[in-house]
Design a protein around this ligand. Structure first.
Ligand code: COA
Length: 182
């Protein structure tokens, strides 16, 4: 599926472009935004490589990665990064981040609702899952609101900031998903 354009209330998802690098860096280069992620803040050059890689994967067939810009519907400013990656049998993992000066006003919940709509309605998936840091309470709140139930812990899942870190896994299955949030 290309190009992807989705909207939910005040948030829209679209394909990434080269001129998004600075706005993506405002998220992936930020200490606060990456505190609970599986990597340390990225440099602008690293973000440039990530965006370029996402643009290539967007047009690769079969498409297995949907790395998308999350933008304010009003004005179109990029305020977050959304990712759905296919793996296994009709399954995908999702990841997401919003720039800190836009936290707490519903964008994270809208973003996850849009990714679930893409996964279940758009791609016909059976299972969508996400892994969060155990301390990441904002992610827990957003995932639970979207219907992803907690299903367990992956021990020593990622090595980041010089130490191993567990992840808490959440998932939702196609028959559990409701379009209420989408
Ligand atoms: C997780 C994240 C995307 C949420 O984005 P957001 O736009 O603030 O999300 P929303 O406004 O839709 O909802 C945030 C929810 O988290 C809750 N929350 C925020 N901080 C919290 C905390 N420290 N403890 C408990 N709940 C918290 C809010 O109360 C809200 O829930 P509510 O609406 O039920 O009250 C954002 O915090 C972020 O980008 N974090 C950094 C990247 C990240 O952790 N990504 C997830 C990887 S698994």
């Amino acid at each position: 599926m290309y190009p992807v354009t989705l909207a939910h209330g005040r948030l829209a998802l679209r394909e990434l472009r080269f001129d998004d690098v600075d706005d993506v860096h405002a998220v992936y280069g930020d200490e606060e935004a990456t505190r609970h992620l599986s990597f340390e803040p990225r440099s602008r050059e690293q973000v440039g490589q990530i965006v370029a890689g996402c643009m290539v994967s967007a047009t690769t067939r079969p498409r297995v990665e949907y790395a998308l810009a999350a933008c304010e519907a009003d004005g179109g400013r990029l305020i977050g990064f959304a990712r759905l990656a296919l793996e296994g049998q009709r399954a995908a993992t999702i990841g997401f981040a919003i720039r800190p000066d836009r936290w707490g006003i519903g964008y994270g919940s809208a973003l996850v609702a849009l990714l679930l709509g893409l996964g279940f309605d758009g791609l016909g998936l059976h299972r969508v899952w996400a892994a969060r840091a155990p301390e990441n309470e904002a992610s827990r709140a957003v995932l639970e609101r979207a219907g992803l139930v907690e299903e367990g812990r992956i021990r020593d899942h990622v090595h980041v900031r010089g130490a191993w870190r567990d992840s808490i896994v959440h998932s939702v299955l196609e028959h559990e998903w409701t379009r209420a949030g989408a």
